[in-house]
Design a protein around this ligand. Structure first.
Ligand code: C5P
Length: 223
């Protein structure tokens, strides 16, 4: 499945896992994400000789060998940590970043009041790490995004590819057995800005990571 093209000499930044946006000191809003896909990509890239920085949200996964890991919690922290890693040759945004965060996190635990039936939270948009990286003055040569979709996979993925000015986007269908968030296996539909597309898998995320890196190496050689 994979030709294992070398990535020696390249600096690759990978984001992985969810972000947690605090509501108060004991509660948060987060996305479902195990971090497995991003960790597999970081590991595979390091094995191919790349210098890899892995910016990880809160996950319980061991650090892959030869990878520099930076742990963060919130979308704002991930944004700062990722941008601080520029310049880089490749950015792979595999993290499931929260799109909204509580506008005013409470400093102490929010208590329910007698007779209270509802609680209203005001959320504000987080900054889009991937879009900011792709439009940065120090834009990596290759910017790769992920899209988790329940339906209209190709249309939404191609929309993101264009809007966020990406080179590649790997879309997976969530809500189907053997695919998506906590699963070890996945199927990726990869769309390129050149118009090309390719289906990777179904396969274990470790194999998909290698197949995706072959596409990365191929795209870099054409740049
Ligand atoms: O727009 P959507 O969140 O579906 O796009 C998913 C892609 O965008 C993923 O690659 C994710 O890492 C990235 N993203 C980001 N910053 C955000 C939201 C999403 O980098 N605030």
């Amino acid at each position: 499945m994979s030709t294992h093209a070398t990535l020696s000499g390249l600096r690759i930044v990978v984001s992985a896992g969810p972000t947690y946006e605090d509501i108060d000191p004991v509660r948060f809003i987060g996305n479902r994400s195990s971090g497995k896909m991003g960790f597999a990509i970081a590991q595979a890239a390091a094995r191919r000789g790349a210098q890899v920085v892995l910016v990880a949200g809160p996950v319980s996964l061991p650090t892959p060998d030869g990878v520099q890991r930076l742990d963060v919690r919130s979308a704002a922290q991930m944004h700062e940590a990722v941008l601080a890693q520029l310049p880089a040759d490749v950015y792979v945004g595999a993290a499931a970043v929260a799109d909204f965060a509580p506008a005013h996190p409470a400093g102490s635990k929010i208590k329910k009041q007698a007779g209270q039936d509802t609680l209203t939270l005001t959320l504000v948009r987080t900054r889009d790490i991937l879009a900011d990286i792709a439009s940065h003055a120090q834009r990596p040569r290759l910017v790769v995004g992920f899209a988790a979709e329940t339906d209209h996979v190709e249309a939404y993925a191609r929309g993101k590819l264009e809007n966020k000015r990406l080179d590649l986007i790997a879309a997976n269908r969530v809500g189907v057995a053997g695919s998506g968030f906590e699963s070890d296996d996945n199927t990726l539909n990869v769309y390129a800005a050149t118009g090309d597309s390719k289906v990777l898998g179904p396969a274990p995320k470790t194999e998909l990571a290698d197949a995706l890196l072959d596409l990365v190496a191929q795209s870099l050689s054409r740049h």
